[in-house]
Design a protein. Structure first.
Length: 221
């Protein structure tokens, strides 16, 4: 049986919880008119860590740009929606990476592709970047055409440039062919100037296959 003293303690705890809850700016409902002041109160309350603050702000901006209605939701609910959205995006990205790697392995068993040199040619508006690429057909069937992309990064895996490659000159079974591909060079485009000044030993190249078509009409993709 609860005595008077325990009743007073319980009432005090409920009162403290109620005041704390009311004072928590995250419990306020989203209001476009008071958003700036509400956001200031939330940050000053230190209810969010740095990552949560960035996620919270980014989600509201994304919702506004996408025309998503947040009216009627508390900021706490919005924060949870932002966390759920981030989790979904991470899962989607992980799935895409897994599928890409599985595809690279499957098509890589049939064809090896490597960029072994690069260069620069022409001048002015006629300038271009060159990519020397080798294709090794590891199957018993002639390859009619292949399509994929080369992602060129620095040694820290920061992407410099990505290019689409289509080789349709044919690759005989168990043979290697070489070809040189080009893209326009623009001196005002950072990716071009950075790549032009990089040496081969200072870059990494990742081949991502898209589709291989064999001479007999079959394909891998």
């Amino acid at each position: 049986m609860i005595n008077t003293k325990q009743n007073l303690i319980l009432i005090a705890m409920i009162a403290i919880f109620t005041v704390t809850s009311c004072n928590n700016p995250l419990n306020k409902k989203y209001n476009e008119q008071t958003l700036e002041q509400d956001a200031k109160e939330i940050y000053e309350s230190k209810k969010l860590n740095e990552d949560e603050a960035k996620l919270f702000t980014g989600y509201i901006m994304l919702a506004k740009l996408g025309g998503k209605n947040l009216e009627g939701k508390t900021y706490k609910e919005i924060l949870q929606a932002a966390k759920d959205y981030k989790s979904e995006q991470e899962q989607l990205a992980a799935k895409a990476r897994k599928e890409e790697e599985e595809k690279r392995i499957k098509l890589g068993a049939a064809l090896s592709v490597a960029m072994y040199d690069k260069g620069y040619g022409g001048e002015g508006y006629q300038a271009y970047l060159q990519y020397a690429v080798a294709f090794e057909n590891k199957t018993d069937k002639d390859i009619r055409a292949v399509k994929g992309s080369l992602k060129i990064t620095d040694l820290f895996d920061t992407t410099i440039k990505s290019i689409t490659i289509v080789e349709d000159n044919g690759i005989p079974a168990h043979e290697t062919i070489k070809n040189v591909f080009t893209t326009d060079y623009n001196k005002y485009r950072d990716e071009d100037t950075i790549l032009a000044n990089k040496k081969m030993q200072d870059i990494k190249v990742i081949w991502t296959p898209e589709k291989i078509i064999f001479s007999d009409g079959t394909s891998l993709e």
